[in-house]
Design a protein around this ligand. Structure first.
Ligand code: ARG
Length: 275
C-alpha cells in the first residue's frame, strides 16, 4: 500500500455534552470489558474525566454538562444518550435494562436547552456509540446494540444516507470502539471488527482510511475524538498516535484507565452537538 501523505490539517471548534462520573461503577456486565470483581476508584475516574474536560476547553471547545443521576453508573458514557446532527436530536433507546433510564435524562436536557426537534425513538439505538457522522454519510453499527430498524429510523429523521455496518467481535460492541471519524470523510478503523461485507463497504467508501491493528484496537485506541487536527485518544495507543502524526494530525494521549473498566474511553464520554 502506498503511504498517504501528511496533509495540512485544521481544527474546528466543537460543542460537547459530557456527564461527570460521580456515580460511576461496574456493577453489572453488558460488555466483555466489564468485571464487577475488579475494584473501581470513582474519585480517580472523576479526576481523569475532569482532565479530559479541561483539555477540550483548552483546545477551544465548548463543553456543557449533563447532571449525573444516582443509580446510573454508566451515565458518564454520554455519547450513548443521543445523536445530534443539523441541530436535530435523535434520542436513544438502550438495549439493556440497566441503562434505559439514561435516555429520558438526555432528552430532557435538550428540551431544556432550546432544541426543538427531539425524537424519542421507537427502535434501539445507543446514540453515537453506534452512529458516526462524516461529511457524506452517517455510518451506523449493528450486531450488538443498535438494530437495522434503528438505522432506518435515523435515516428518516436526519435525511442523510445511513450506511449500516455489521460488527462481529463482542469486544468492539459499539461502532465507536472500532471506527473513528477524523475529519470530513476521513476515518480510521479496525477491519477485523466488521463482517466481510462491511469491510468491503468501508474499503469502497474510504480507500485512504487509516487501518488500525489489533494491538491499538485492544487498547481502545479508536475510541478517540478529533476536531480535524487534534485527536484525543487513550494514551496507551502510542503506535496509533505515531501513525496519526504521520498523517498530519496532532495526537493527544489521555489516561482514562478507570473508565476503561466500564468498556469505554474518550469518545464514549463525549457526545458531539452538531449545529
Ligand atoms: N458500560 C457501557 C456499556 O456497555 C459502556 C459504553 C461505552 N460507550 C460507548 N460509546 N462505546 O453500555
Amino acid at each position: 500500500m502506498s503511504p498517504v501523505p501528511a496533509r495540512e490539517r485544521s481544527a474546528q471548534a466543537r460543542h460537547y455534552l459530557m456527564c461527570r462520573p460521580e456515580y460511576f461503577d461496574v456493577q453489572y456486565v453488558i460488555n466483555p470489558w466489564m468485571d464487577p470483581a475488579k475494584p473501581v476508584d470513582t474519585d480517580l475516574a472523576v479526576l481523569q474525566w475532569e482532565s479530559l474536560v479541561g483539555l477540550y476547553r483548552s483546545l477551544g471547545h465548548r463543553v456543557d454538562l449533563l447532571d449525573p443521576v444516582p443509580g446510573l453508573p454508566d451515565m458518564v458514557f454520554a455519547a450513548n444518550g443521543a445523536t445530534v446532527v443539523d441541530g436535530r436530536v435523535l434520542g436513544a433507546r438502550f438495549a439493556h435494562a440497566e441503562r434505559v433510564a439514561e435516555a429520558p435524562a438526555h432528552r430532557d436536557w435538550y428540551r431544556a436547552h432550546g432544541y426543538e426537534e427531539v425524537l424519542e425513538p421507537r427502535y434501539v439505538n445507543e446514540g453515537e456509540g453506534d452512529f458516526a457522522v462524516t461529511d457524506s454519510w452517517i455510518l451506523a453499527g449493528r450486531g450488538f446494540r443498535c438494530s437495522s430498524e434503528g438505522h432506518q429510523e435515523a435515516q428518516e429523521f436526519f435525511g442523510r444516507p445511513v450506511v449500516g455496518l455489521e460488527l462481529v467481535d463482542p469486544r468492539f460492541y459499539h461502532l465507536d470502539t472500532a471506527l473513528c471519524v477524523l475529519d470530513g470523510d476521513d476515518v480510521m478503523y479496525y477491519p477485523q471488527a466488521f463482517s466481510p461485507g462491511s469491510r468491503e463497504v468501508l474499503a469502497r467508501l474510504f480507500p485512504d482510511a487509516l487501518l488500525v491493528d489489533a494491538d491499538d484496537a485492544r487498547l481502545l485506541g479508536l475510541n478517540a475524538v478529533s476536531d480535524g487536527l487534534n485527536v484525543v485518544l487513550p494514551e496507551a495507543a502510542q503506535n496509533l498516535a505515531r501513525r496519526l502524526a504521520e498523517r498530519g494530525f496532532h495526537p493527544i494521549g489521555v489516561d482514562l484507565s478507570e473508565l476503561l473498566k466500564g468498556g469505554g474511553s474518550v469518545k464514549c464520554c463525549t457526545q458531539e452537538l452538531r449545529p
